[in-house]
Design a protein around this ligand. Structure first.
Ligand code: AP5
Ligand code: MG
Ligand code: ZN
Length: 217
């Protein structure tokens, strides 16, 4: 059983590393960003509420996201653990998780400087079907514009425009960064240097997790 949180700025590589942890530990990746984008695409009530916030690079109101996560964590595939990618990202969200009775084993904080983030998100390509993430120079798909995993067409996220990235970074520093101290105080925080090749980051992430749970991967 391994309940993991991935923390980090937009573009730090949470989604990229979540896919790797998923493969090694066989636990689902729960990306609130992907859940919200799917809700927007399907035009659900929650999706309609979220759209203006997401497109502007702002956080969706806590109660909307907390409800989504609460529902998702009740599904069967979360029984042996899960990776939260992009949640919590405010202190009230972290408190809500505790109130749900969810135990967290590790919080992996992927650290990347703001200047690097701007370059990464500009070159990102995403699969709206399965959630896989690529970068045109650093992590390209085998066939340009096509998802390696499911064969669907890749797209560019609307919130990956430079002005929107700057707004997401601003909000990250004011609202999400305090979670580092929150989890440090609970002795759960593991910091990983994220400004290195994907494989190097993955090696550190997996070794941090294996040291906690040597039998599982
Ligand atoms: P979300 O989708 O979670 O966006 P984000 O946090 O801004 O994070 P990203 O997905 O941009 O970054 P990532 O760390 O996953 O990076 P990735 O691996 O893709 O949320 C979107 C929106 O939804 C939010 O703005 C908000 O509105 C809303 N939302 C979501 N959760 C919410 C919540 N809890 N509360 C309220 N609102 C919420 O990597 C980025 C790029 O870099 C890729 O191209 C990748 O290939 C490349 N890359 C990755 N690692 C490396 C490396 N080591 N070297 C070189 N390139 C790399
Ligand atoms: Mg992501
Ligand atoms: Zn795909």
């Amino acid at each position: 059983m391994m309940n993991i949180i991935l923390l980090g700025a937009p573009g730090a590589g949470k989604g990229t590393q979540a896919e790797k942890i998923c493969e090694s530990f066989h636990i689902p990746q729960i990306s609130t960003g992907n859940i919200i984008r799917a809700a927007m695409k399907n035009g659900t009530e929650a999706g309609k509420k979220a759209k203006a916030f997401v497109d502007a690079g702002q956080l969706v109101p806590d109660e909307v996201v907390i409800e989504m996560v609460d529902e998702r964590l009740k599904q069967d595939d979360c029984k042996n653990g899960f990776i939260l990618d992009g949640f919590p990202r405010t202190v009230p969200q972290a408190e809500a998780l505790e109130q749900m009775g969810v135990q967290i084993d590790a919080v992996i904080d992927i650290e990347v400087p703001d200047e690097v983030i701007m370059q990464r998100l500009g070159g990102r390509r995403c699969c709206l079907h399965c959630g896989a993430t690529y970068h045109i120079s650093w992590n390209p798909p085998k066939v340009e514009g096509v998802c390696d995993k499911c064969g669907e067409e890749l797209s560019i996220r609307k919130d990956d425009k430079p002005e929107t990235i700057a707004e997401r970074l601003r909000i990250y520093h004011s609202q999400t960064k305090p979670l580092e101290d929150y989890y440090k105080g609970r002795h759960k925080l593991h910091e990983v240097e994220g400004n290195r090749p994907v494989e190097a980051v993955t090696a550190d992430v997996l070794s941090a997790l294996r040291s906690l749970s040597p039998l599982e991967a």
